[in-house]
Design a protein around this ligand. Structure first.
Ligand SMILES: Cc1cc2nc3c(=O)[nH]c(=O)nc-3n(C[C@H](O)[C@H](O)[C@H](O)COP(=O)(O)OP(=O)(O)OC[C@H]3O[C@@H](n4cnc5c(N)ncnc54)[C@H](O)[C@@H]3O)c2cc1C
Length: 448
């Protein structure tokens, strides 16, 4: 009897203990098992690289995305590491070019008219930020970032076993007429003199020797020798994300919109429960503005949408360098899925349905330059270049929101710049001397 009572008593105590332990486990045993130093929201190239640089500096990091790493904008881009890209893609000033966009005749850029009321303020700010003096300012601010772009990629590629994806050899800009080539050369000479960007002119004979399958209607090409390209930008992003996890970082599926204040820090809900940290980095690419807005900060983040399609080559045709059709703003380059054609900019709302216009314009022009075969995808991929009107990223603390940091707005250059801007932001968060003055990229810079 006594024994039974004792057992019963012990059973009660056990249950209480179990309940207590359960409660403690819910709270993380008094010290939070889910706590990290920094939460990085968004596992595109920018977020992944930021997370890695933070980890390298001794921070514990949770990288959060609703999808697997590098499956949105960082999935479908042209895969160029544009270490030459100092001059931004400005709003056109030539009335003929503007008219071509407005009337749907331009291949380089298109406008979805339905979106105009919503995007007009952004377009006007972009036009204002495309004055000569504003472009010179943006170019000067681009220099330290693009110079750092390839060394940072290379260092990560070595560690992530991703050098196998890399192609040296630069890319080509193609021109159909001598006049177009001459015009471009004049600008390239100025850029070389001011910023040290190298280029070579390839005449018809050289082009034929290097690229025997390109059309002989091309008047000539400018070879940019310093940029690099990769087989597939998403593979590179995924390799960096795998490195992050191998080295102790935590990748967690979760929705960034669950971000809430938690004491002096932040909490976001991941698939296995809440994750808490003192600091949070917003690296949500084209979705970054929404999260800042939810926290009371309005940034003029617009999008320049673009499409891609993969093609087989006809017969035994081979392309040795990616090329840009300068007049029409599209790129064709080898990708592991086939020849990837990426289009120029479509001005629209981020979430508007895709339109066939850009690819319909670009495809026949691309076929006239290189013998592309059949399409290898059912429908085009669509992505949104996250763009501030001055075409500089936002990197640094978000004013008025303690513990929130920005790293987004990498426009045409997010694949190129992710590792460099990731480093810069990690240096700022950890109080290390930044490799360049971050002032030009501040969130509260005056825009338009
Ligand atoms: C057609 C085209 C061609 C391009 N070519 C080049 C090129 O050759 N070279 C170059 O340097 N750049 C190029 N770019 C630009 C480049 O792709 C982008 O600048 C870059 O991918 C942006 O990276 P990101 O990490 O900022 O954004 P993303 O890659 O879009 O990453 C943002 C992440 O946030 C996640 N996310 C969004 N909302 C939520 C949420 N609520 N919860 C959780 N996660 C969320 C998304 O799933 C995504 O993974 C090109 C772009 C396009 C469209």
């Amino acid at each position: 009897m006594q024994d039974t009572a004792k057992v019963h008593k012990l059973g009660m105590a056990d249950n209480e203990a179990v309940a207590k332990i359960d409660a403690m486990a819910d709270k993380g045993f008094g010290f939070d098992m889910t706590d990290v130093d920094v939460i990085v929201l968004g596992a595109g190239m920018v977020g992944i690289a930021t997370a890695l640089h933070l980890l390298d500096r001794g921070k514990t990091v949770a990288l959060i995305d609703r999808r697997e790493p590098a499956e949105e904008t960082s999935f479908g881009n042209a895969g160029l590491i544009q270490s030459e890209a100092v001059i931004p893609y400005a709003f056109p000033h030539d009335p003929a070019a503007i008219l071509a966009v407005l009337t749907g005749q331009s291949t380089a850029a298109s406008l979805q008219w339905k979106a105009l009321p919503a995007i007009a303020p952004w377009l006007m700010a972009y036009a204002r930020q495309s004055s000569k003096s504003a472009i010179a300012k943006t170019a000067a601010a681009n220099v330290p970032l693009v110079r750092r772009a390839f060394p940072e990629h290379h260092a990560l590629m070595e560690r992530a076993d991703a050098l196998k994806f890399l192609h040296e050899g630069g890319y080509l800009r193609l021109y159909r007429t001598d006049a177009e080539l001459e015009r471009s050369l004049k600008l390239d000479e100025v850029v070389r003199e001011r910023y040290g960007v190298a280029f070579e002119v390839w005449d018809k004979a050289r082009l034929r020797a290097e690229e025997p399958f390109l059309s002989d209607t091309i008047a000539g090409a400018i070879h940019m020798p310093e940029p690099k390209s990769v087989d597939d930008p998403s593979d590179v992003g995924k390799a960096y994300a795998a490195l992050f996890q191998r080295e102790g970082g935590r990748f967690i599926k979760g929705d960034a919109t669950t971000l809430r204040r938690e004491g002096a820090g932040w909490q976001v809900t991941g698939e296995d429960g809440p994750v808490r940290a003192k600091d949070v980095v917003v690296a949500l690419g084209p979705w970054s503005g929404d999260l800042l807005k939810a926290n009371g900060v309005d940034v003029p983040l617009g999008v320049k949408r673009g499409y891609h399609m993969h093609y087989a080559a006809e017969g035994d045709a081979v392309l040795n360098h990616p090329f840009v059709d300068e007049a029409n703003g599209f790129v064709v380059g080898p990708n592991k899925r086939g020849y990837r054609l990426t289009t120029g900019a479509e001005f629209s709302n981020r979430d508007a349905p895709p339109s066939p216009v850009q690819l319909d314009h670009a495809e026949p022009k691309a076929r006239a330059l290189f013998p592309l075969g059949k399409r290898l995808q059912d429908k085009p991929w669509l992505g949104s270049r996250p763009s501030l009107p001055d075409l500089l990223p936002m990197i640094g603390p978000v004013p008025g929101v303690p513990g929130m940091w920005a790293n987004f707005g990498h426009h045409h250059l997010g694949f190129t710049l992710g590792p460099a801007t990731g480093r810069l932001l990690a240096e700022m968060i950890t109080g290390e001397a930044p490799f360049t003055d971050p002032a030009p990229y501040a969130v509260d810079r005056v825009i338009g």
